[in-house]
Design a protein around this ligand. Structure first.
Ligand code: ACO
Length: 329
């Protein structure tokens, strides 16, 4: 008997943004009270960001993950008890441990979740998590995965540093990925180079019960910009080759939503019309690991992304890490 090939396929998507929407002007007004100067004009021109959402003081990353997951589970139409793998990509976990994935399992009241763990690859986190869930499903070890990107970056922003605090926001995106005989995730490519650790980092760490060093996000924006543009094109081409697709066969490009200038440059280099790129950075800012699944969910729910279409996801972030996945939705 010929055994049919096993794939993992997206059954449903979900997203969640905290209710507190902060426009550039509102942020600029807040920063002005600290003597920090910025403007809506500067932020829009350099990044394409108009607004971002910030979590409420009592909202944690696992709360955001829970709301996005509930929507993805509902869209997938599955019994949550059938989930046997939970992976949360985050760099802003609720605690050092337990993992946000375990907290999410408890909040969803999933009894036998199988494995639950966090992935820390900063803004590439969702692509890393997706690739891992796909491999675990194709190997037969797990059947139904909840894959989440969730962040509360507002907690690690230095609001005295205008070069970083205007860029990031909070949010969560989730997908349910399940074993299928029909193609879903076609290929992934992941990379890392720790030699670039210093250009984007949160160097503070817990030692002796207190935080030692600076626990705010630090970024050399121009160095990150150059590296991102370079690696994003390369990894997209690599993933497409692995999937045996040309860029002309990509229906939708969903890049990590960090800066519209990086995104349009990648889109142009791939020879794709800008209309085929999903853009949410203007309304979300950079939500790190949440940005790709949030953008995916928005384009699925507004009807742009349809079943059978090819979607290219790609991310780059601190570490340095970068990666791309090609999925047949
Ligand atoms: N408001 C007003 N002026 C500002 C602000 C601000 N918020 N921030 C910086 N400036 C000033 C600078 O002080 C500088 O002034 P100067 O010329 O008098 O010294 C001037 O603006 C230009 O600063 P640059 O740093 O050269 O501006 P640049 O065009 O490089 O834009 C930016 C900065 C937006 C950070 C850009 O470098 C960038 O997007 N980099 C990539 C960032 C990124 O994608 N990060 C995320 C990837 S990974 C992850 O998501 C975790």
């Amino acid at each position: 008997m010929v055994q049919s090939k096993l794939y993992s396929r997206v059954l449903g998507t979900g997203g969640y943004l905290p209710s507190n929407r902060v426009t550039n002007q509102a942020l600029a007004d807040r920063l002005a009270t600290r003597g920090v100067e910025t403007s809506d004009e500067w932020i829009v021109a350099r990044t394409g960001i108009h607004a971002r959402h910030f979590a409420a003081p009592d909202e944690s990353t696992s709360d955001l993950a829970l709301a996005a997951s509930q929507r993805a589970i509902e869209a997938a139409g599955i019994d949550p008890q059938s989930i046997d793998l939970i992976i949360v990509a985050t760099s802003t976990p609720d605690f050092v441990f337990p993992s946000t994935a375990c907290l999410l399992q408890s909040k969803l009241q999933i009894k036998n979740a199988g494995a639950a763990f966090d992935v820390q690859a900063v803004c590439s986190g969702f692509v890393y998590a997706l690739s891992m869930a796909d491999a675990l499903i194709r190997s037969g070890q797990h059947r139904t995965a909840l894959v989440v990107g969730a962040e509360t970056f507002s907690r690690i922003l230095d609001f005295d540093d205008r070069t970083t605090c205007v860029l990031f926001g909070d949010g969560a995106g989730a997908i349910v990925l399940s074993a299928s005989e029909e193609p879903g995730v076609l290929a992934s490519a992941l990379h890392a180079d720790g030699n670039h650790a210093g250009i984007l980092c949160v160097p503070g760490h817990v030692n002796g019960g207190v935080i030692a060093g600076n626990a705010f996000l630090h970024m050399d924006g121009q160095a990150v910009f150059k590296l991102a543009v370079h690696v994003l094109e390369k990894v997209a081409v690599e993933a497409l080759e692995k999937a045996h697709l040309t860029s002309g066969q990509v229906d939708w490009l969903i890049p990590h939503q960090a800066n519209i200038r990086i995104m349009t440059s990648t889109c142009r280099k791939l020879g794709l019309p800008q209309e085929r790129m999903v853009v949410t950075v203007g309304e979300h800012g950079n939500t790190s690991a949440a940005s790709i699944p949030l953008a995916l969910d928005i384009a699925v729910r507004d009807g742009r992304i349809k079943r059978g279409q090819n979607v290219l996801l790609e991310g780059v972030g601190g570490g340095f890490t970068w990666g791309a996945s090609v999925i047949r939705f």
